[in-house]
Design a protein around this ligand. Structure first.
Ligand SMILES: Cc1ncc(COP(=O)(O)O)c(C=O)c1O
Length: 406
């Protein structure tokens, strides 16, 4: 069995991050697991070679595609911090999203996807699941109640997909209530838990498969792309593992090794970024140019009550909605005036980022109405006062930049 079931189960998060996913010796040997690269695994006999496939659900060395000790070390640590039992590493966060959906859906079946879902997942659902595979895809209002969800369930509904808070717009979902309703109908609950990493324990809230874009805080250094699927029941593990193998999913051992290294410092990074993110969120909320801040940990933010009930902390990714008089030209000018915030996709690294939400959000259930244009901010590991000073010098561009004529 993976080493997450060992004597570390009672240790605190920070201790588990330091001690799990290691070779296992405390007295002699390197602290870190080896970085193995490889395809062929030599077997002791032809009989052993024939038996190898039987072990495809285990951490067993048969062929590079099925993972090696470097993958296993990361899998064991991740399964533990997500509160599950087994973990499959895949090539990117998006690959993890797609493998989860493919694992549970067939032609003619139905899935429910939140309208706030990460954009490329929407694209996968529309192009691949609906158009090519003939899966029925319905989008739902992410903050719907359990009763409203029950009304959307069809006889062929097989998957409820969750992402909380939602991408770009940060709607917090009532995961326990929605998951309980789905489970009562025999529907699998898949959740993208990237924002909630560690702060939200998916299996304690009724989720069957938890998806992580490890590219974000787990890797933490903007230098890897990686995804994971964690399960808590053996049948889910078989379903997910078999699908990942069928699609030839693989992740470079170098990226696994870097992510394991990133995880060793996750606790201190997350804590610092949470505090700094909250300080920045409060700074934004006090500015006259800002209509509202979409940060679930702020008491006045939408979804705060659910966040407070279900999460033990918050990461440093949030949205800022500007008053309607600040059009996209003025917001572009402000973003471009920033010196410490980069303009770029992704989040969870050590560097701060500012990304326009306008023009990049699709909604199909109801038009998006935030009351103004929004910018997504990711707060990195820079000094908080320096980040505030940077914003202070960039905000005047909101008032001086020419407006668009449109
Ligand atoms: C919520 C969420 N899920 C999944 C992904 C996909 O991760 P990756 O970039 O590793 O494919 C992202 C990427 O931004 C994301 O924000």
């Amino acid at each position: 069995m993976p080493d997450h079931n060992n004597d570390h189960d009672t240790d605190h998060f920070a201790t588990r991050l330091s001690h799990l996913g290691r070779p296992g010796t405390r007295t002699h040997g390197f602290v870190n697991p080896p970085l193995h690269r490889g395809s062929t695994v030599l077997m002791p006999s032809t009989a052993a070679r024939r038996e190898g496939w039987k072990h495809r659900y285990d951490q067993y060395l048969t062929y590079g595609l099925q993972g090696n000790e470097t993958h296993h070390a990361l899998e064991n640590l991740l399964a533990n911090i997500e509160g599950g039992t087994r973990c499959q590493i895949v090539s990117s966060g998006l690959a993890a999203n797609c493998i989860a959906l493919l694992a549970y859906l067939r032609h003619g079946e139905h899935c429910l996807i939140p309208d706030s879902v990460y954009g490329p997942v929407r694209s996968f659902c529309d192009r691949e699941l609906a158009d090519r595979m003939g899966v029925e895809v319905s989008y739902y209002r992410p903050t719907l109640t359990a009763a409203e969800l029950a009304a959307l369930i069809r006889p062929n509904t097989k998957v409820l997909y969750l992402e909380s808070p939602g991408s770009h717009t940060f709607e917090v979902q009532d995961v326990p209530a929605l998951a309980a309703t789905a489970r009562a109908h025999g529907i699998k609950v898949l959740m993208d838990n990237t924002w909630g990493l560690h702060f939200f324990q998916p299996f304690a809230h009724g989720v069957d498969v938890s998806i992580q874009a490890l590219t974000k805080y787990a890797g933490g250094h903007a230098d890897v792309l990686l995804g994971s699927l964690v399960t808590n029941a053996e049948d889910d593990w078989h379903t997910v593992r078999q699908t990942a193998l069928s699609y030839g999913q693989y992740a470079s051992p170098d990226d696994c090794w870097l992510t394991l290294r990133g995880l060793r410092t996750l606790n201190v990074r997350l804590r610092h970024q949470m505090e700094s993110g909250l300080a920045l969120a409060r700074w934004f909320a006090a500015r006259p140019e800002v209509l509202r801040v979409l940060h679930p940990a702020l008491p006045e933010a939408p979804g705060h009550a659910l966040w407070k009930r279900d999460f033990s902390g918050a990461c440093s990714l949030f949205g800022v909605v500007f008053r309607p008089e600040f059009d996209t030209a003025r917001l572009d000018a402000m973003i471009e005036a920033l010196r410490l915030f980069g303009i770029g996709a992704s989040w969870g690294g050590f560097e701060s980022l500012a990304l326009p939400t306008y023009g990049s959000v699709t909604r199909s259930v109801a038009p998006l109405d935030l009351g103004g244009h929004a910018v997504r901010f990711h707060i990195g590991l820079e000094d908080t006062a320096d980040l505030i000073a940077d914003l202070e010098q960039a905000f005047p561009a909101l008032h001086t930049a020419p407006m668009t004529s449109a």
